[in-house]
Design a protein around this ligand. Structure first.
Ligand code: CA
Length: 612
């Protein structure tokens, strides 16, 4: 750690196994290259900590620690030079944009009120068609065109893919196009340099990140950070290893580094210093950067207790900060399965959400086989898994769990613990998946099924989540794992907004409908059990009724019918007179026509929503 003041700077390193008088502090004038202008031996402070104090104003200088395992900025650097190799001495108050002290988090009553937009900085703005000036940068999200797009779409949270300092992009070459999702952490508590306009000036990335948060907050949009504490880019080069060797990683019974992440190593959240590190890191992002939510990558690698402690710590600051994660790992972990923060253990993780692969895969097919489809292309027996996603993975008397694809029992306490989605940055986006599973699909059919899929997501009682660009019918040219594919694969083509205006209109219309009608987001399991009733429907159709002015809705009864069949389908409902608000690929909350009687007819491959 580095504590700066004009008069002196104090450096402290927690390095319990460092040998006596062997911890070196080096000071540099540059963020990379050149020789140290000053080298000091740090003093031992108690049993585990090392200290050095340097007089004078060191602002603008750089530093590294060295216990004999190579130079490191330490595990909790708050500012770094280019490529994150050296810590930077900054006064964080210099990085606050004007008005930062008055920045406020947009209000949120229940996570089910969120509509999350998952985006990568480069995907979003790098293409010329975006019309944005700061291509691939944090600042793109401060530009009116970007903000207006998000506001018109209606999303109220952006989930930004890893935006802490990661290793795989060379920040010293801003003019060379480089791409990575960023799941290769280097410095957890510093923004990534390649997303700033000047990676070599340490304060720039910090200030620009804050400007981004500030602009989004002003627009009523929350900012959710993707955090990847489960592994580091590598072991030997990691700041953990260079500070307290082997402590932060799990090992197998044979003494090998465990690899439950599929990335070569796996951190040990259950160890006190790792747990403390994660808590302090999350707290730091909330307090210094005003972050409103966290998405834990491979949350199933972390232990339940750590996740609950993080939740409790965040609750003390603001309980509306939403925490969710991937309730799985990518391999077997060197820790007892029953203690891991897996989706199946969500009931022990109150207030923490997990992605539902049940609904995702029932709609579009399994992660393991891109060419196998689901409900959307008419695969049979997917209905029950979709129903399970509609209720937010709670226990519901009408769901037969023996017919749900992956889970034998309900796994949430409350619907806010389930993230509803059909696509994310991982594997194929929705259009690619539909093309891969339906080889002769026409554009018309593709759009119909795309809209049908998102209707399931946006009428789920869980927390809806969409991948950026789906609203412009994006594709990734069929690439499954595009983590380092070029811009030509990953970039959004904003011209699609003109090509497929009906897609954006449907997404935005449906989001507006969800936001205007609490029946779609009751927020409480008891309410959902009481007021959401599934209706008998033909094969390939899922139908439900939201009754009793659910959630305090102005509409007494709402019927939602999802038809994946290529022919019109009928569903029997209570005799009455109904106003269509979603039908045949169109949304209009004011009404798209009336239906009288007790039969709802839903057009092929589309959704119907009516109210009485
Ligand atoms: Ca970096």
């Amino acid at each position: 750690e580095m504590m700066y003041s004009k008069e002196k700077t104090m450096f402290i390193l927690n390095a319990p196994t460092a040998q006596k008088s062997s911890v070196t502090l080096r000071l540099y004038k540059q963020g990379q290259g050149g020789k140290a202008y000053k080298t000091l031996k740090m003093k031992k402070l108690g049993d585990e900590r090392w200290e050095a104090t340097v007089k004078g104003d060191l602002k603008g200088k750089f530093y590294t620690f060295d216990i004999g395992k190579g130079e490191t900025p330490g595990i909790f650097a708050k500012a770094v030079g280019v490529n994150g190799k050296r810590g930077a001495i900054v006064d964080l108050r210099d990085t606050d944009p004007e008005g930062w002290a008055n920045d406020v988090r947009p209000t949120l009553n229940n996570p089910c009120d969120l509509v999350i937009y998952e985006m990568h900085h480069r995907d979003f703005s790098v293409d010329i068609s975006s019309g944005l000036k700061n291509k691939g940068k944090f600042l793109a999200l401060t530009e009116p065109k970007a903000i207006e797009h998000l506001q018109r779409l209606g999303v109220n949270a952006v989930h930004i893919l890893p935006s802490y300092d990661y290793a795989s992009v060379d920040e010293s070459k801003p003019d060379v196009p480089q791409y990575n999702w960023g799941y290769d952490p280097l410095n957890y508590n510093v923004p990534e340099g390649s997303y700033s306009t000047d990676a070599a000036t340490p304060t720039t990335r910090i200030r620009e990140f804050k400007q981004m948060v500030q602009a989004l907050h002003k627009a009523g949009i929350r900012v959710i950070l993707d955090v990847v504490y489960n592994h580091t880019f590598d072991i030997n080069g990691s700041n953990f290893q260079k500070t307290y060797p082997d402590y932060f990683y799990r090992k197998t019974a044979e003494g090998k580094y465990s690899d439950g992440t599929g990335c070569g190593n796996e951190t040990a959240s259950e160890k006190p210093l790792m747990r403390e590190f994660m808590k302090e890191s999350v707290e730091y992002w909330v307090k210094e950067y005003h972050i409103d939510g966290f998405r834990f990558d491979l949350m199933g690698v972390h232990d339940i207790e750590t996740m609950n402690e993080i939740r409790a710590m965040v609750d003390k600051i603001d309980p509306s900060i939403y925490i969710y994660g991937e309730g799985w790992s990518a391999g077997s972990c060197a820790y007892p399965q029953e203690k891991l923060a897996m989706k199946a253990h969500a009931k022990q993780l109150d207030g923490i959400g997990a992605f539902s692969d049940e609904m995702r895969d029932a709609l579009r097919g399994p992660f393991s086989d891109d060419h196998k489809g689901g409900f959307l292309i008419g695969e049979p027996n997917q209905e029950e898994s979709i129903k399970f996603g509609i209720v937010g993975a709670i226990a519901h008397p009408q769901i037969d769990m023996t017919k749900v694809n992956y889970s034998r029992e309900a796994w949430t306490n409350e619907p806010s613990q389930m993230v509803a989605y059909v696509s994310c940055h991982d594997d194929m986006c929705l259009t690619d998946r539909l093309r891969a599973t339906m080889p002769y699909i026409t554009d018309d059919e593709l759009i119909r099924l795309d809209l049908l899929a998102q209707t399931a997501v946006l009428t789920s009682q869980g927390v809806p989540f969409i991948l950026a660009g789906e609203e412009m019918l994006r594709d990734k040219k069929g690439v499954h794992n595009s983590f380092r594919s070029p811009d030509s694969i990953n970039r959004l083509d904003w011209n699609n907004l003109k090509r497929y205006p009906q897609v954006f209109d449907y997404y935005s219309g449906l989001i507006a409908l969800r936001k205007a009608h609490p029946a779609f987001r009751m927020g409480k399991a008891e309410e959902v059990r009481k007021n959401l009733e599934f209706v008998d429907a033909p094969k390939g159709v899922v139908a439900f009724r939201l009754k009793n002015n659910a959630g305090g809705d102005a509409w007494q009864n709402i019927y939602v019918v999802l038809n994946s069949q290529k022919t019109p389908q009928n569903v029997k409902v209570a005799e009455g007179s109904y106003t269509k608000v979603v039908a045949n690929g169109k949304v209009n909350a004011e009404g798209l026509g009336l239906i009288s009687g007790s039969t709802l007819t839903v057009a092929p491959q589309s959704a119907l929503i009516v109210h009485d």
